[in-house]
Design a protein around this ligand. Structure first.
Ligand code: ATP
Ligand code: MG
Length: 572
């Protein structure tokens, strides 16, 4: 199979450094849930190691206690497992806090770092001020004796200074054309009350990304350090620090980010949506967090297929959410069983069938015979979609109307509507009357132009299965919520969720549920795809659905994963 690893950018990366034991890492900051963009980083890092028979570590980059929470550690690990990857080791930047402190002392001794007491404004001025408009100059603390910096660094650790009063800076090259070499911070002091999830209040000083990231890569023996291109300028400092400390320098390469438009991915914005009750949580199916996509019912392998389809190069990939939905739709088309479900039921009484009439109709689960078939009761009373009936027929209309004959999926003969009843109070149509077989009662029937999905009333067979169906539409009205003149929130689509409380599913659902996960478990990849959302099916003529975790023994709740076809007007 052609994959992102055997040709193109990632194959070239490997060719440049064909390490015998490939080691990669996925280094998330545990301050939020992962989103669709991270699936690219996961697929690249875990997939690269797997492809070359190596190891990928999950490294929590936990160098800033503010915002890091236990729930994020757990959620990140779960999501990686759900995507089908197993970290060879789970590590933390904080595992190395003691070691990093020693390395920082070593760096000071090698005259590679100094303690600086300048204000933010002062440091900005040293770096050339606003847009580099003034000449750059060295910090006055840069030349202080090594011993003094060592003492001050220990004093920082011991709590002598408040945040902002002292910091350790690397002695790099203020003359360099690369701003990521302008004496970057190595350590800063954080608030006393910032409690680290793992190290508690043991530390007041924390290493920066620029200091910790490369050293953790080096300590862990990473052979291929892959990150996104916004870190390209940081690679000079990465190498500078490893070399200055005489440490092993991993090979680094940068690939383009995956950006998704038509939604928001930033933690701050998603948090606002959650806090304001616009979505039901970080796992709301309308969000493009990975826990949201999971809850919606998107199969993990569909996400990996998507990442493989868009490929990996140095260029940033900007993708519309509709393109991801299209990949999901195609993927589901051949991997999940089909059922009949009526979202908004309208009863149809077949007047020429006896009250106790039951015919078991054989319905295949798929066009692929290996999915098997199941039996569905067909009786005197059944439900069709309210939108499949019209009071007045017209020549270009093929579904049900008085006098019109239509087929019912998998039922041997068609039905013809004869009349309908209204609710005397509100005029709503409450029941349609029809006859089964030829409308004149004779044996000759024309082949109908349309076939409707239906669910019969048959308490003896437990039919119908009543359900709540949640239909999700785009959470935003435009493809670019940020460009709304009223701000991104003004772009929120008030109709992003439709809830149908009276949906009805045919009895084949019981078997689909007991045989889950769908896609059927064929590989280890599916092992963690075991939640309610792994009960996935195509509701014929309606869309793809999965069971929501809000389901109980009394009530089935299903989520629409994607519609059957891409809507031409509004996105789904
Ligand atoms: P965000 O700011 O979007 O929440 P982040 O960069 O803060 O993401 P990290 O936890 O630092 O999230 O990311 C972990 C890894 O995932 C990093 O290696 C980062 O480069 C990668 N990553 C993050 N977002 C994307 C993306 N959109 N496309 C590809 N890789 C990404
Ligand atoms: Mg980040």
């Amino acid at each position: 199979m052609n994959s992102i690893f055997d040709h193109g950018f990632l194959a070239e990366v490997h060719a440049m450094n064909p390490a015998e034991n490939v080691n990669t890492r996925f280094p998330p900051e545990p301050n939020g849930h992962l989103h669709i963009g991270h699936s690219k980083a996961i697929a690249v890092n875990f997939g690269f190691a797997e492809f070359h028979g190596g190891n990928c570590f999950l490294r929590y980059d936990d160098t800033n206690p503010a915002g890091e929470e236990e729930q994020f550690f757990t959620s990140i690990a779960d999501t990686i497992r759900w995507l089908g990857f197993t970290p060879a080791r789970v590590t933390h930047s904080s595992d190395n806090f003691e070691k990093l402190f020693e390395l920082a002392e070593g760096l000071i001794r090698r005259d590679g770092a100094y303690v600086c007491h300048c204000s933010r404004d002062e440091i900005k001025a040293q770096r050339g001020g606003e847009k580099g408009s003034s000449p750059r100059y060295a910090c006055i603390h840069r030349g202080r004796p090594t011993a003094e910096s060592l003492n001050e660094f220990r004093a920082m650790r011991n709590g002598k200074y408040r945040p902002g009063e002292a910091a350790l800076r690397m002695k790099q090259d203020i003359e360099s054309g690369n701003p990521q070499m302008w004496d970057l911070f190595a350590y800063r002091i954080l608030d006393n009350d910032a409690t680290h999830y793992r190290t508690g209040n043991q530390w007041r000083i924390y290493p920066t990304y620029d200091f910790a990231h490369c050293l953790c890569d080096s300590i862990e023996g990473i052979t291929t350090s892959l990150c996104t291109t916004e870190f390209e300028a940081s690679s000079e400092s990465y190498e500078w620090l490893c070399k200055k400390l005489d440490l092993y320098t991993p090979m680094q390469r940068e690939y383009g980010r995956l950006n998704i438009s038509g939604t928001v991915l930033s933690k701050r914005k998603i948090k606002a949506l959650v806090d304001e009750g616009i979505v039901r949580g970080w796992d709301d199916p309308r969000l493009y967090t990975l826990i949201g996509l999971r809850r919606r019912g998107v199969p993990p392998d569909a996400i990996l297929t998507f990442v493989n389809e868009i490929g990996v190069t140095k260029a940033t990939t900007n993708i519309q959410v509709a393109r991801l939905d299209q990949t999901i739709r195609t993927y589901l088309g051949t991997t999940v069983p089909r059922l009949m479900m009526v979202l908004d039921p309208l009863p149809v009484v077949i007047d020429n069938l006896p009250d106790d009439f039951v015919e078991m109709v054989e319905v295949p689960f798929s066009a692929d015979p290996s999915f098997g078939t199941h039996a569905v009761p067909f009786t005197k009373v059944m439900y069709i979609e309210r939108s499949d009936f019209r009071e007045v027929d017209s020549p270009k209309y093929f579904r049900l109307a008085p006098g019109k004959t239509v087929g019912l999926l998998k039922v041997p003969l068609p039905v013809t509507a004869t009349s309908f009843e209204r609710d005397p109070k509100d005029g709503r149509i409450v029941r349609v009357h029809a006859v089964y077989g030829a409308s004149d009662g004779g044996a000759k029937v024309k082949k109908p132009k349309a076939f409707l999905h239906w669910v019969a009333e048959s308490p003896a067979h437990g039919s119908p299965i009543r359900a709540t169906a949640r239909l999700f539409n785009s959470l935003f009205r435009s493809d670019d919520p940020e460009s709304n003149p009223g701000g991104w929130k003004a772009d929120i689509n008030p109709g992003s969720e439709e809830v149908l409380e009276n949906a009805m599913i045919e009895v084949g659902f019981n078997e689909v549920r007991s045989r889950a996960p769908w896609p059927a478990r064929a590989t280890e990849l599916n092992e963690a795809d075991d939640g309610p959302e792994s009960v996935r099916f195509q509701a014929m003529r309606v869309g793809y659905f999965a069971v929501d975790m809000d389901s109980s023994t009394e009530r089935v709740v299903v989520n629409r994963i994607v519609s059957l076809k891409e809507d031409s007007g509004k996105r789904s």
